[in-house]
Design a protein around this ligand. Sequence first.
Ligand code: MV4
Length: 506
Amino acid sequence: MFRKVMVANRGEIAVRILRALKEVGIPTLTIYSEADRNSLHVRMAEEAYCIGPPPAEESYLQIKKIISLAKDKGVDGIHPGYGFLAENPVFAQACQEAGINFIGPPAYAIEAMGSKTRSREMMQDAGVPVVPGTTKPVRDEAEIFRLASDLGYPIVLKAVAGGGGKGMRVIKRAAEIKSAFRATQSEAQSAFGDSAIYVEKYLENPRHIEVQILGDKFGNLIHLGERECTIQRRHQKVIEESPSVLVDEEMRRQMGETAIRAARAVGYFSAGTVEFLVDKHKNFYFLEMNTRLQVEHPVTEMVTGIDLVKEMLKVAAGHNLTYRQEDIKFRGAAIECRVYAEDPLNNFFPCPGKILSLRTPGGPGVRDDTGVYPGFEIPIYYDPLISKVITWGRDREEAIHRMARALQEYVINGVKTIIPFLQGVMEDKHFLQGDITTEYIDQKLHRGSLVDAGYFKEVAVLAAALDAYRTEISRGTNSFPKINGLKMVDNPWKMTGRRMLLDSRL
Ligand code: MV4
């Protein structure tokens, strides 16, 4: 299939791709920055080369260096992972021109989907429903004013070159147009080097549901169902699941067919994701297409049993897709929690540092995709995502209970993580009922009920254990207290690790 494949990425996704390559017996090569000498992906690849200083612009984004290294080392395929060069049409094109297979979609599809107005126009022409609004950039305030009168407030200004929430501003009334227009323009200019902006009707409290698609170079396209990604914080996804509680079989078929139509319109192959906003009447609208393997792809792998990375490799090498639509069976439910090295008690502030100890969860239905190991120092230069915990269950409830259990098993010392926050969500009645919106996290944080469940309870448990220990020492007898009939016969410090037991007994 391939002589040797380069993984042009780092962290958990580089590890994920290296695993697939090993399973199919393809020799592996990876790149790393000076900050990543000790990274797990470097240790896992058969060959690894340093390509520059820590900042991504000087290493992981160095197109020329990466391609010339690939040519030197006899690489005939490059998997870009996500982020970095994954959605850079210049890189995809440069690979093809160097005679190296870019393991992803064609450059023209990346390019077409990179422009929000162009993609909206193409989708409209293909009969894919898009959020009402313009397919051309807006020129001035008067034009926005006229559009708002047609569409009705609220409207949203978005960067043509944007995506993922950067460079967007909601306008609730005419008086806000002037300042919003200027602010969005300059934000778009500084974030994307392109000041062009356009207008959409703003949908309030939408759900964010995306459809995974897979295609080969012969025009075969299938969909692998949806992922619900509504639980986000500042446009950063935190929890994803499949299936969505909102989507029934008929809606899945419709969204799937629409996603395939969207992909076909841009001549797509490889793995890709079509994002939809869904309103309260369950109308769905094309939002954007992610022309890459996504962070949350394991959720789909767990419910379909399909290895998306292996399919990407096959398709890139010019093989047919392994599956037809009728082969795709959805089984059970899966959830992914992203474990970020951030402090949930300090506004999710990034907390890089050295991992002193680590024990990742296991057991039935649990998958942990991580790029770290004990002793590894998380660099400050990149995304603070250190691990993804994915659980599968026969239904949503079992997947959630497994997630709660897996998060309890997770031991990580040396860096703060959002695990206590995630535990709070798994116990939250709104989440358990599937009652979630894009404001869910901020609302929960505001009520203060999420982080308490983890951190503060643990502090209370530690204090209680210490008190029990002191009592024991001062009495000089083996008189550990009984808690609800359970005698604490063991070292109380050890009990602190047993969150489940203590939570239910204290
Ligand atoms: C919207 C929207 C409402 N109406 N567009 C945020 C990320 C970016 N990809 C698009 N986003 C949104 N676009 C219209 N016309 C609401 C959001 C949005 C959002 C979408 C999905 C998940 C979380 C979100 C949080 C805030 C805003």
